[in-house]
Design a protein around this ligand. Structure first.
Ligand code: C2E
Ligand code: MG
Ligand code: MG
Ligand code: MG
Length: 287
């Protein structure tokens, strides 16, 4: 007993852990301020089709901290999820994405662009989520079919029926769904058949060693074949080399995203790169 209590006390005063707790509290407080002061920004990473044309982008959030500079979502999205602040951040992302789709749709050169946003479980499971999406779409007068929501397998586990219900509600008005980081979670093939998805997104961990690791190659080819037989399209994320692109292309992957084409860019940089591409169609998006 005493020994156990002693250990707990010791752990409580562990300076390292205390520091971790303090950092958490600071981060939560700063996130609240960031929401109020609108310190977030969306970056856009181009998605390419097999004809070598940009078909749209994925929006990726950045936090422009007044002192610490740009902070990656990997550092703050998990805290936003734990604290529930993700619902406010997610709603901002949704509106910002719809605003950008509206701008693209008003321009002949980009009117067919699709835009994918990442949706956290907590955000998607809010009772009001489908209405939020409908309201955003309505207020920006955008073509519904160009908005794509990226979900992850983990959010399906305990909520499959509710998730399907919400997906159907949004699917009926043309919203598309992509299953992000596919292959890293636990979704069974049974789930895949039940979900009204339009796309599987092959996780970058499989793409990374595609050319050197034979089992990854097999996994990727299997995902592509399976997706196509379920009537889904496939996008590979994390494409960094020409070799990866050629392999994916040879096996009919069809859609690609990664540093090989472009990193995520600010909207001004993105539109600028796209204009350059338009003026020189022989170039890839980036080079
Ligand atoms: P994700 O949705 O799987 O996004 C892909 C991540 O891989 C992005 O990191 C992207 O910048 C990076 N990436 C793209 N191409 C390459 C490549 O060729 N090589 C490598 N090594 N990496 C590449 P990022 O922007 O740091 O985002 C990380 C994660 O944060 C996202 O993973 C997503 O889960 C989450 N996230 C980003 N934006 C949002 C958001 O608006 N809402 C929510 N809920 N989550 C977000
Ligand atoms: Mg994503
Ligand atoms: Mg991903
Ligand atoms: Mg990821």
């Amino acid at each position: 007993q005493a020994k156990k209590a002693g250990r707990n006390t010791l752990r409580f005063f562990d300076p390292l852990m205390q520091e971790t707790i303090n950092m958490r509290v600071d981060l939560e407080r700063e996130l609240k301020k960031a929401i109020e002061q609108k310190q977030f920004e969306l970056y856009y990473q181009v998605q390419m089709n097999s004809a070598g044309q940009p078909s749209g982008a994925e929006a990726l959030i950045r936090w422009r901290h007044p002192e610490r500079g740009i902070i990656s979502p990997i550092q703050f999205i998990p805290v936003a999820e734990e604290t529930g602040l993700i619902t406010q951040i997610g709603e901002w992302v949704l509106n910002q994405a719809c605003l950008q789709l509206q701008a693209w749709q008003l321009d002949q050169a980009s009117k067919d662009f699709s835009l994918a946003i990442n949706v956290s479980a907590k955000q998607f499971l809010q009772p009001d989520f489908a209405n939020q999406v409908k309201n955003s779409i309505r207020s920006f007068h955008i073509d519904n079919t160009k908005l794509k929501l990226e979900l992850t397998e983990s959010m399906l586990i305990d909520n499959i029926e509710y998730v399907i219900h919400t997906m159907n509600t949004l699917g009926e008005i043309g919203i598309q769904f992509s299953l992000d980081d596919f292959g890293t979670g636990y979704s069974s093939l049974q789930y895949l058949k039940m979900l009204p998805l339009s796309q599987l997104k092959i996780d970058q961990s499989f793409v990374r060693d595609l050319a050197t690791d034979n089992s990854n190659k097999t996994i990727v080819l299997t995902i592509i074949t399976m997706a196509h037989s379920l009537g889904l399209n496939v996008i590979a994320e994390g494409v960094e080399t020409d070799e990866q692109l050629q392999l994916l292309n040879a096996h009919g992957c069809g859609n690609y995203q990664g540093y090989y084409f472009s990193e995520p860019l600010s909207i001004n940089e993105f539109n600028h790169q796209y204009m350059q591409f338009k003026n020189n169609p022989h170039s890839t998006f980036l080079h």
